[in-house]
Design a protein around this ligand. Sequence first.
Ligand SMILES: *[C@@H]1O[C@H](CO)[C@@H](O)[C@H](O)[C@H]1NC(C)=O
Ligand SMILES: *[C@@H]1O[C@H](CO)[C@@H](O)[C@H](O)[C@H]1NC(C)=O
Length: 378
Amino acid sequence: MVTRELLFIAALLFLSRGSGGADGAAETPAVGVMGRRSLQPPAASRSFSRRKRDEETPSYLKWVTFEGKLPDDAVSNWNNYAKRMEYVCSTSVLGCDTGAYVPDRGPFCFFPYGEQEESTRNFKVLVNVGNFEALDWVDDSFGSVPENAVAGCPFFDTFVGRNRYGLGKISKEQRAAFVVVDGEEVWYKWYQVLVVKKGLADVTISHVRYNMSRAVEGREDVTLMKTTVRNEGCQRVWKAVTLEEVTETEHNWGIDRRVFATVHGVLQAALLTFSGTGWDVTNVTNIPWVGGASTSKYVVHIRVVEEELQPWTTCTVALEGRRLDIRVPFTAQLTRDFGDGQPHRVAMTGWARSQVVVGVRAGIKECRPIDDVPPCWV
Ligand SMILES: *[C@@H]1O[C@H](CO)[C@@H](O)[C@H](O)[C@H]1NC(C)=O
Ligand SMILES: *[C@@H]1O[C@H](CO)[C@@H](O)[C@H](O)[C@H]1NC(C)=O
C-alpha cells in the first residue's frame, strides 16, 4: 500500500516524464512513430473546455461509478492481444485517465500513466443503457478525435481510445494515444477513438414476436347500460326497447425498460384480436410509438328487446357482455436509422395488451309492480 502511494507521489513529482505530466517544454513529436518512452507533453494536459462535455453526452451513454460488480450494458472491447474482454473505465485520481476494467484482474481500472501501468479502485465504467446508443471505433491520429468522441471526464481533453493492444487514452495535448503494453505505457500516433453517433434517427420497432405461452387472459361480465320500461296501463302490452352502447376494442404496447420512455417512432406489429373462440394475430400494421403505442376501435352495439309487460309493471332492461383481455410479452428489434446506411439495431422486450367486449346481448333483468299507480279495478 505504502509503496503504491509512494509511486503515485513519485509520478506526480516527475510531472514532465509520463503521459500524466502537466508540465514540460513544448516539443513536436516525431511523425509516424511510437515509442516506449513517453512524449514530452507540449502543454498542460488539463484544459477547461468552454462547454461541459456532460451536456453533450447523450443520456443513454453514461459513466457509472464502479460499485463492486460490472454494471449492465457496460461498453466492452475484445482485447485480442491479451485474449480477454475489457470494459471502458475512467478515473480522475491523477487528473483524467481512461483505461480498462477487467473483471478477472479485480476491482481496478488499469490505465497508462507515467510510463507504466497504474490502477485504482476509484473509477467509473462506461455504460450504454439498453445498448441504445450507436457506438463506433473510428480511426484517427496525432491526438485528433472525431466529433462526438467519448471524453473520459468533464473538463478534460482525454478521450477513450484503443489499438490492437487494448483500451487506453487519447490526449489531445500530447497528440497521441497511450496504451499499456506488457505493463509499460506506450504511445501511438495512430489509434481508434470511441465515438457515439448523434443526430436525428428514425426509430422503428419491428420483428415483434409474441410469446403466447406466457399470455395472461382475463374475463369479466360487464353491464354496458341499463334502462327501464314501464307499463302503466291495465292491459298486458308488447313493448320494444332499443339499447345502444359503444365499446372500445383497445390494443396497447409497452416496453420493459423505462429508460426508453422518451423514444418516438413507429411500431410495426400485429394486433391481438379475439376471433370468437380464441386470440389471434392480425397482419402487421404501423402504429405510432411515443414511449409506447396504442390503437383502438369503437364498436357500436344495438340490440332490440321485445317483451310482453304485465299491467302496472316496470322492468329493468340491460345490455350485457363479457370483457376479455389478454397480456402477452414480446421480443422485438428497435432500429435507429441515421440515414447513413448503417442502422443501429437493439433487441428489446415489452408486453402487449388487448381488450375487447364480446357476447353483447340485451335482456329483461327484473320486473316489479308500480306502487303508486292505483290498480285498474279500484
Ligand atoms: C416463451 O416463454 C417461455 C416461458 O418463459 C420460454 O420458455 C420460451 O422460450 C419463450 N418462447 C419464446 C419464443 O420466446
Ligand atoms: C393479410 O396479408 C395478406 C398477404 O399480404 C393478405 O392477403 C390479407 O388480405 C391480409 N389480411 C388482412 C385482414 O388485411
